[in-house]
Design a protein around this ligand. Structure first.
Ligand SMILES: [Fe+2]
Ligand SMILES: [Fe+2]
Length: 188
């Protein structure tokens, strides 16, 4: 049989196993209760996924601090409205961090809130700009880094952990809204 015919056969699912549950896995789920939500089908990537989530958590925490700094220090005619939006973003980044920490714990990992290493572990930078436009620009850069990092994480996780992927997809959508708003303010 040609390789092409083999491919067609594989695509149709012929010659493959039936769609039935693995009884061994179900039996194993009765044991290892200390694993909580993680059962045998989870696969060997738990540690990698926890590490990815901790990198994202560090990024969110640094973003909270950058937005808060900007919220409290923004000055100028157009600053009140934009400063309020910085605060909205800060609170949304904080909520993202909470989602990530909660998922890390569900996966049996430890959320890393250590302030000593936060900046090194964050993908995006803290910023102390004093001028409004420079603040907006720094936040837009950080949001674009977050968007790229979340997109890569979602691609890496694929169907290995659909719950984590959905959480990341929800966060990604909000980072894209943040970036879109910042881009508009940059031209205003
Ligand atoms: Fe965020
Ligand atoms: Fe954001």
């Amino acid at each position: 049989m040609s390789a092409k015919q083999d491919n067609v056969k594989a695509l149709k699912g012929e010659g493959q196993g039936r769609l039935v549950l693995d009884q061994q896995g179900l039996d194993a789920a009765r044991r290892s209760l200390d694993e909580g939500a993680v059962t045998p089908s989870y696969g060997p990537w738990r540690e990698d996924i926890v590490n990815l989530l901790n990198g994202a958590l560090a990024t969110e925490l640094v973003c909270v601090m950058r937005y808060k700094r900007h919220y409290f220090t923004a000055q100028g005619l157009s600053s009140p409205k934009i400063a309020e939006e910085f605060l909205v973003h800060a609170n949304e980044e904080s909520a993202h961090g909470d989602l990530l920490a909660e998922r890390i714990v569900q996966l049996g990992g430890e959320p890393d809130f250590s302030p000593a290493t936060l900046v090194q572990r964050s993908h995006a930078e803290y910023d102390e700009s004093t001028e409004l436009k420079a603040m907006i620009r720094a936040n837009l850069v950080a949001e674009r880094i977050a968007i790229e990092a979340y997109s890569q994480m979602i691609a890496l996780i694929g169907d290995k952990d659909s719950t984590t992927r959905r959480i990341l997809e929800g966060i990604l959508a909000q980072e894209q809204e943040h970036a879109d708003e910042l881009k508009d303010w940059l031209v205003d």
